[in-house]
Design a protein around this ligand. Structure first.
Ligand code: F0G
Length: 458
């Protein structure tokens, strides 16, 4: 079905069209690490949907009206009102991006040795928990393990496992339960209201605070209106408000569903927590009425937060990803089913059975997408998630070798996605030709961002 975007294009930006030879040289220079590529070398950039959004004319206009007053700017009040309309929390604190908000929350909430329990922690979230000497524990629901299952809410937390942790001897170690909506680390799958309500009950029963990692709250809300009985007549905004009302607070990177380029919010009701978090915001982010953002950012976000729950916008965005799923399927490549909204996750392990985890099939597919079509995306497999010794021995590979194609908001058209499908189809015709890779530089910390590799040619 054709996608009917509820907007037209007023300003355009050329995208680089490169030759195979230019791409080969670019990848050699980059040590076959897509993070080392320059924008000028990338034709379709599906590395992330974070901060890569196209803003509306109304957002730009709002930005021009941005008030750069240090304390108590008009932009802050407009931002606070827009956030407050979605989430009825007493304390709303700004931060420059999601991971800063996470760090501040965890610093205030967790003591060394405690744990954060989640459906799945996003990487930075996991890192921020671990950096405090705490344990990030993921309890994804069972359906999540079956990539092919069409279950509608594979982002859910495993309620039995959660009850077991909360009712057992580990209860004292649990500092918070963090529900990531949608579940980015778990294939971009949504969380149902039923799961959230049951989690709320367990948290209340055992006296543990429940927070949302609400980076993609509007996309989760949309999928609830589409997939969950009892919510079909709700607007996405009503569902979002109901989601926030179930939790004690949230951290939200606004680089996603704020449809802007930077920003985050940390919000909750607890006054004691507010005292500590406010200190940390001032000490490391900026005063409490800007938190590392400019007045322009605050105003663009206030407008973005009004636009993001528009059902017409969300329908078009969801159908974009569904369309991409169709072209990928037609290309003969399997994905984590069912498609979510912000990204598709390709099953590289299945497409490239000739490559062992220590030859990084996901990375092989991601490199091939660039070499053949100038498409940039991210591996989510052994290169990212396994432990790799200095001598290159790969341990504890994840169960699946995936590649994430993230779709920036309002940036690409259906034709661009058709092109991605064509390039994938070309690769999928001769998957055996895709080489494996070996590491030539293997940093032990934050490996994906600055490792270097080379193709295995023999
Ligand atoms: N939580 C989730 C669920 C995220 O997806 C991200 C970022 C963050 C927190 C951190 O927010 O980037 O503003 O500091 N995800 C990006 C991605 C980077 O590509 O998925 P941030």
């Amino acid at each position: 079905m054709p996608i009917m975007e509820p907007y037209r294009i007023k300003v355009v930006e050329p995208i680089p069209i490169t030759t195979p030879e230019q791409r080969r040289r670019a990848m050699e220079r980059a040590g076959y690490n897509q993070f080392n590529l320059s924008a000028d070398e990338v034709t379709i950039d599906l590395l992330t949907d974070s901060g890569t959004n196209a803003v509306s004319a109304a957002q730009l206009a709002a930005g021009i009206d941005g008030d750069e007053t240090y304390a108590g700017s008009r932009s802050w009040h407009r931002f606070r009102q827009a956030v407050g309309d979605l989430m009825n929390y007493e304390h709303i604190l700004p931060a420059h991006q999601g991971r800063a908000a996470e760090r501040i929350l965890f610093t205030a909430l967790l003591k060394p040795g405690q744990m954060s329990v989640s459906n799945t922690h996003f990487d930075t979230t996991r890192a921020n928990v671990a950096l405090l000497g705490c344990e990030p524990r993921d309890l994804p629901c069972r359906e999540a393990a079956d990539l092919d299952s069409p279950a509608p809410f594979k982002g859910n937390i495993d309620l039995d496992a959660l009850r077991e942790v909360l009712s057992g001897p580990e209860r004292e170690r649990v500092g918070l339960v963090l529900m990531t909506v949608t579940n980015n680390g778990g294939g971009g799958q949504p969380v149902s209201m039923a799961n959230l309500i049951a989690t709320r009950e367990l948290c209340r029963q055992f006296g543990v605070p429940l927070f949302l990692d609400a980076a993609r709250f509007a996309e989760n809300a949309w999928l609830v209106t589409q997939r969950e009985e009892g919510y079909r007549d709700h607007t996405p905004r009503q569902v979002a408000q109901a989601m926030f009302a179930l939790a004690d607070g949230c951290v939200a990177s606004l680089k996603k569903d704020g449809i802007a380029h930077i920003g985050a919010v940390l919000a909750f009701n607890d006054d004691r927590l507010a005292d500590i978090c406010q200190l940390h915001v001032i000490a490391s982010e900026g005063f409490l009425t800007y938190g590392g953002m400019t007045g322009r950012d605050l105003d663009m976000l206030a407008q973005g937060l009004a636009e993001v729950t528009d059902p017409l916008y969300l329908r078009a965005r969801a159908s974009m990803t569904e369309y991409l799923a169709e072209v990928v399927d037609a290309a003969g490549v399997t994905i984590v089913r069912p498609p979510g909204i912000h990204a598709l996750y390709l099953n590289a392990g299945r497409l490239l059975p000739h490559l062992r985890p220590d030859q990084f099939p996901g990375h092989g597919l991601a490199c091939e997408l660039y070499l053949q079509g100038g498409i940039r995306c991210a591996e989510l497999g052994s290169l990212y998630l396994a432990e790799i010794d200095d001598d290159g021995t790969v341990r504890n590979s994840p169960p699946h070798e995936l590649v994430r194609l993230a779709v920036p908001r309002r940036v690409y058209t259906q034709t661009h996605l058709e092109y991605v499908g064509e390039v994938l189809a070309k690769i999928a015709k001769h998957p055996e030709r895709v080489p494996g890779y070996r590491l030539t530089k293997n940093p032990q910390v934050l490996r994906p961002f600055h490792c270097r590799l080379e193709p295995i040619t023999s």
